[in-house]
Design a protein around this ligand. Structure first.
Ligand code: ADP
Ligand code: GLC
Length: 476
């Protein structure tokens, strides 16, 4: 099958969250059996230099004499081909993206991502793909174009997070009526605004999201961010597929970024060494490495439920855990964490900022990993935690509840689960973690078991193939 993915993030070039890792690991696994291409924007702030082949693909417009701002930009844009293993990458090289340091947080996203979506649609025509797979609102207009343009390709749209919809005041999106989009604004409307995500999920031949648990949640009004009705209309074409990870990329036995490599057999010494070294590195050499360490890494945003953690942290002062927290984002969350890491130095350390290397070191050093999300489409850190022998403590939502089980039998026990948005339930979970940590026989048995969990994509790429076949059949 000839597959083309369209995304705003792709590891290692552009990463703001899990979308980046998911795309890179899924496409890599798919490329073992299929002809897989990926398009992503070319920004100045790429984290790694791509291996360009020198080949470029211009954007040929059907009416070259016509002009408007979108057509002018497209005339000055092209795709630059690069290679990564068996994959072909097509970087969208355009004046709209060239000068950006970061992919999000810039003005005019409604315009930039619409033009990128058109370009991705155009690329699928040039490559003559069998299936076009778009991800999140940034590329959601591409399935709309696939449905409404002559020669459109079968399309699949994946929701990684329903909270971000690309909804813009109608007056900002008048350009969508004109060449080359020719899209009727009425069709794109939701609650008085142009909503890219909704338009994408109503147009794609198949929709997926990143866990069955999240799929179920999004069909309920309470969790659908206003789109559950639209999703219910598409429920026969809507599948939940749990994310996988790249076991070569996230593997403590070959991770050069951590202090000491280890595997399931050597986890005891390996993780202890990582913990002591990490305490040295963060300037806390006096913290007793025999105390349990709870790691927390994530975007500081409402979704992740960190305010619930802050409350239970204050309520459970008697617990002996030490916490290392890494995150960046909203000031309302950054400030109290920053404050605590000064006033409670013997209980918590906070690193404000983004660092791929520190994230690996925290995973390798921690005994537990806390994810108190209020909602979580899939979540990758609980899977990385399994790989690094770090027992996840997660709220019972979305993909977290699909991937972590607190069982009475050690062999099925893969973490600790508590009720979302409930500081007491989270506090009780931290108490259970303390009890487990003290029971060393059980603790090490669980740790070894979770390291043997297989979260690679091999088992799950077939589920995407089934969805692709359905999309193709629907179009035929
Ligand atoms: P989301 O995509 O909602 O942010 P995921 O759990 O799917 O959540 O993925 C988050 C990814 O981003 C993980 O790989 C995590 O380690 C990484 N990450 C988040 N914040 C940081 C940070 N401050 N520094 C390094 N990595 C981070
Ligand atoms: C989103 C979700 C996260 C998911 C990731 C990759 O950012 O918030 O739960 O793991 O996408 O699919």
């Amino acid at each position: 099958m000839k597959i083309l993915h369209a995304t705003a993030e792709y590891f290692p070039y552009i990463k703001m969250g899990g979308l980046s890792d998911m795309l890179a690991s899924l496409s890599k696994e798919q490329s073992q059996n299929h002809d897989v291409s990926v398009t992503l924007p070319l920004i100045r702030g790429l984290k790694e230099k791509p291996e360009f082949t020198g080949k470029t693909i211009p954007i040929k417009l059907s009416f070259p004499e016509k002009t408007n701002p979108v057509l002018e930009i497209l005339k000055d844009s092209c795709f630059r081909e690069a290679r990564k293993g068996r994959l072909k990458l097509y970087f969208f090289d355009s004046p709209l993206f060239r000068d950006l340091e970061t992919i999000y947080g810039n003005n005019d996203e409604h315009f930039r991502f619409a033009v990128y979506s058109y370009a991705a649609f155009h690329l699928s025509q040039v490559l003559d793909t069998d299936v076009f797979h778009a991800h999140d609102w940034h590329t959601a207009l591409a399935p709309v174009l696939q449905k409404h343009s002559p020669g459109g390709k079968p399309s699949v749209f994946t929701i990684h997070n329903l909270a971000y919809q690309g909804d813009h005041p109608l007056w900002m999106t008048g350009f969508l009526k004109e060449e080359p989009f020719l899209l009727h604004p009425e069709f794109l409307l939701h609650e008085g605004k142009t909503n890219y995500l909704k338009a994408g999920l109503l147009s794609a031949d198949q929709i997926t999201t990143v866990s069955p648990g999240y799929r179920k949640e999004t069909l309920l009004d309470a969790n659908g961010f206003g789109l559950s009705e639209a999703l219910r209309r598409r429920s026969d074409d809507y599948t939940g597929i749990i994310n996988g990870i790249d076991p070569e990329e996230w593997n403590p036995s070959n991770d050069i970024r951590i202090f000491e490599r280890f595997d399931a057999k050597t986890n005891k010494e390996g993780k202890l060494k990582n913990k002591t070294e990490l305490y040295m590195e963060i300037g806390r050499p006096l913290i007793d490495p025999n105390r349990s360490l709870v790691g927390i890494i994530g975007r500081l945003t409402y979704q992740k439920g960190y305010s619930v953690f802050l409350q239970s942290f204050q309520e459970r002062k008697h617990l002996s855990h030490y916490y290392i927290f890494q995150g960046a984002g909203e000031k309302d969350l950054e400030n109290p964490l920053f404050h605590l890491s000064h006033t409670e130095q013997d209980r918590i350390y906070f690193y404000k900022g983004y660092s791929e290397e520190l994230a690996r070191k925290i995973e390798a050093a921690s005994d537990f990993f806390l994810m108190p999300s209020l909602f979580e489409p899939c979540g990758l850190n609980q899977l990385y935690s399994h790989a690094y022998g770090t027992i996840p403590i997660v709220s019972r939502v979305g993909g977290l509840k699909d991937t972590v089980v607190e069982s009475s039998q050690n062999k099925y026990y893969t973490g600790i689960v508590f009720e979302p948005n409930d500081p007491s339930s989270l506090g009780y979970a931290l108490e259970r973690a303390e009890t487990l940590y003290k029971n060393k026989v059980k603790f090490y048995e669980v740790r070894e078991n979770i390291m043997r969990q297989d979260w690679g994509w091999k088992k799950r790429t077939g589920e995407y193939e089934t969805v692709y076949k359905k999309a193709i059949a629907k179009r035929a």
